[in-house]
Design a protein around this ligand. Sequence first.
Ligand SMILES: [Zn+2]
Length: 367
Amino acid sequence: MVVSLIASGLVRMRGWRGVSERERPYDRALQLGLDRLAAVCALAGVPAPRGVSDLVWGWSATRPLDGWPLVFEADAQVGGELLLIGGEPSEFCLEWSVEALDVVAEVHESTLVSQVKTGAEQAGRPDLYAEWRKFATSHAVLDPGEFLAAKNRFLAVPQWASWLDDSYEPISPISMWLGQIAVCGQCGQWMVPARGSGWLCESPRCLRAVDARDPVLREAAGGYRLRAELVRFVALPGRPELALAAALASRGARVVLYPGLDALDLVARWPDGYAIGVDVKDWRKPYLLARNIKKFPGWGTGHPFSYKDGFVVVPADRVARNRGYCDIVRRHSSALRGQPHIKVLTDEALIARCPDTGRAGEVVCGA
Ligand SMILES: [Zn+2]
């Protein structure tokens, strides 16, 4: 709870844009976290942070969690983890912040996500919610012509254009270098000009990547880029979802993205009727992932999205770097204990065990 409070305070403080304005008042969750941490420090007989500022800049930014006087389960894997890296909440911090229940709504379901969900349902076009997620996930940067074409895709539903207006922002001059903007060759998101030279990808996974691929340069004048909060909470988690959908479709499945207004990430059905339901979870820490697995929908026979087998799927590279990942997920998820028929495996393992008809299927957007 102490770490959740502090992590959620750090996440809220950045206001999506970074904890750069040090003079901004600190979030209340930080004070609550500090009070509890100070009590723990007193019991342990070690000095506590001298105030919220020390908690943020002294502790969160420089002291890995295993150096705090807190007791963690071994499966929480806190060794060497900082809450702030370069003044920004780390991936570890973002995942812990979601543990504080009242932040879930704010962080995971940003206002725009829930606005599009409700709007699509009210317009009688729930499929447009899936279309919007898919579009935002696969388009980090748009030139003026592409932006206009995208806005005009569903003229019968005028809300669509306003969702895109709210999802993208004009590329500002400080985000360009010599009139160009770079798109990361690794994660497909826009990059920022680095201080010295070149480009920097701020995606948590890319900050740690060792074998960075070359960025793709695009003309930036008059263009648009996906808003930062949607990069983090829609596009980055969406990439492994779309990649898995494409892989299953290449084995002959008809894959429905985000069926039931996001009740699952995808349902894939083969021509013989066999179908699977999948939730893709791209988390750094299996311990926290486990506590955020939702209940799988029980769509019965005859329902358009009914499926036989359910899977929580983890990108294989997460597991390669962290042996025991899937076991930790199984050990700590009460949602899985309540649904023992749901299996946890990697994307590679799931693809390998699925049928392959030898013919291409398709990916469609769910309603
Ligand atoms: Zn990247």
